[in-house]
Design a protein. Structure first.
Length: 453
């Protein structure tokens, strides 16, 4: 077991269920962990034989044993299951943060070959359930430190079946990142996110809308610099965004080029790193039938690319995207800055990245042909008509939450003049660099915000 300051250590790590043929290697990891515990003042938690071989075999047979792999080697092993744990029914000298359904992690151990493997495992587990309980021995200060650095709170004392006590921890609420859209203005966000990656700033969940989803997914896959690289390279390419696309294909953006050729051939997207990331990722879309936002959890970027495409499909210049029985368009039409959605999903502390400066007030928009083009979707057109009111109300809510200390806002420090459809590489670079500068200026303040209980 080990602690790590590098919460992005997930790059190159992956979690999978333990296979029976891995038993001997798993037992070797546990043997190494017992020695590590003894050397660090914790000789009694597992003694000289825990967990016993029969227990590990049973974990594997029941499908609850997992290994964290670094290449072809085991970096860590742990038990994970969702559902009630009898040892957690009674807690003394405290209380659980939440009584909602939860997942549990037991028997976590590191082989020592990959820094941050323990952190990666608990973040992976939390990303699956959003409410995670775990316990450890009073003498296991290494484990306690790792849990606290990953956002777990001490809750009290529980007792195992043999009566021995354990310190109980829980993480019931995550840190969230909300990313506003704005077309090419969104490259500002890409600058902010690249600085986050450079400083190891990570979140339990990311919810991106439109361009926020486009850049947010590269952040989750850990691909620093990818957005600015391909935006500068292709922003003048007619296949990227142009009115010739609109005339020829009925869409401003060439779907095949932007969502398949670029990520699959020209500037490779790291689908495996995304899938392995412990960070939950959501794309904010607008449901035309209901006129309400949809926050779609993305676990497979290639298979679910249409949900991301829907999030960035502007009305009037994009085809309606049909996804899992829904008819969807740009998430900004119904909820441009979905802080309410993030809070509603259980994220207690949130960072919001805006693409408008602090003085911006959204004016009423002329929907124009919207009532005709989307006459079959009256709730959607009603949402577009009140979009400016929704946006301004959300900004007021965000500012209030910011004063209360539950939201941290990063927004352009100056008015950005870049248009939604800009094709000037220099303008794109300036917006990106502004995002970088604004994030760098507040990075230490952000760290303090995220570290505060």
């Amino acid at each position: 077991m080990e602690e790590s300051r590098d919460i992005q250590a997930g790059c190159g790590l992956r979690v999978e269920k333990t296979r029976p043929e891995q038993l001997e290697k798993v037992l070797a990891v546990y043997e190494r962990a017992r020695g590590f515990m003894a050397e660090h003042g914790n000789p009694n938690q597992w003694g000289t034989s825990d967990p016993p071989e029969w227990q590990v075999r049973q974990d594997i047979e029941e499908g609850n044993s997992y290994v964290c792999m670094a290449g072809g080697e085991i970096a860590a092993v742990f038990y994970y299951r969702e559902g009630e744990d009898p040892t957690y029914r009674v807690i003394e000298d405290g209380q659980w943060l939440s009584g909602a359904p939860y997942g549990v992690v037991h028997r976590i151990a590191s082989s020592g070959i990959a820094k941050g493997a323990g952190s990666f495992c608990v973040r992976w587990a939390f990303s699956r359930c959003g409410n995670l309980r775990i316990d450890t021995h009073r003498d296991n200060t290494v484990m306690q430190g790792m849990l606290k650095k990953n956002g777990f709170a001490y809750c009290g004392i529980i007792h195992l079946e043999d009566g021995s006590e354990r310190l109980a921890f829980q993480k019931a609420y995550g840190t969230g990142l909300v990313l506003e859209g704005g077309g090419m203005r969104g490259i500002y966000t890409a600058g902010v996110l690249d600085v986050f990656l450079e400083h190891g700033i990570a979140f339990d969940g990311v919810l991106g809308v439109s361009a926020g989803a486009i850049h947010g997914c590269s952040y989750v896959s850990g691909q620093r610099g990818r957005s600015i690289r391909y935006y500068k390279k292709y922003c003048q390419d007619k296949r990227f965004m142009s009115f010739s696309n609109l005339l020829r294909h009925g869409e401003l953006v060439n779907t095949q080029f932007c969502y398949h050729e670029i990520p699959e051939k020209l500037d490779l997207y790291d689908y495996e790193a995304f899938a392995a990331s412990p960070t939950r990722f959501y794309a904010g879309c607008s449901n035309l039938r209901t006129g309400r936002p949809e926050f779609i959890r993305i676990t497979d970027m290639k298979a679910q690319i249409d949900a991301v495409r829907a999030s960035a499909s502007l009305p009037f210049v994009s085809h309606i995207v049909r996804y899992q029985g829904m008819e969807l368009l740009d998430g900004g039409c119904t909820d441009s800055i979905p802080i309410r959605g993030m809070i509603g999903m259980g994220y207690r502390k949130n960072v919001v990245v805006l693409t408008r400066d602090a003085s911006y007030v959204k004016p009423p928009e002329h929907v124009g042909p919207g009532h005709i083009l989307y006459c079959r979707y009256p709730r959607f057109t009603a949402a577009m008509n009140r979009r400016h009111k929704t946006y301004n109300e959300t900004i007021r809510l965000i500012r209030r939450l910011e004063k209360e200390g539950s939201v941290f806002v990063i927004c352009p420090s100056q008015v950005m003049t870049i248009s939604r459809t800009c094709s000037d590489p220099q303008e794109v670079t300036r917006a990106y660099e502004l995002g970088r500068a604004d994030a760098e200026a507040r990075i230490e303040e952000l760290r303090r915000f995220l570290e505060e209980p």
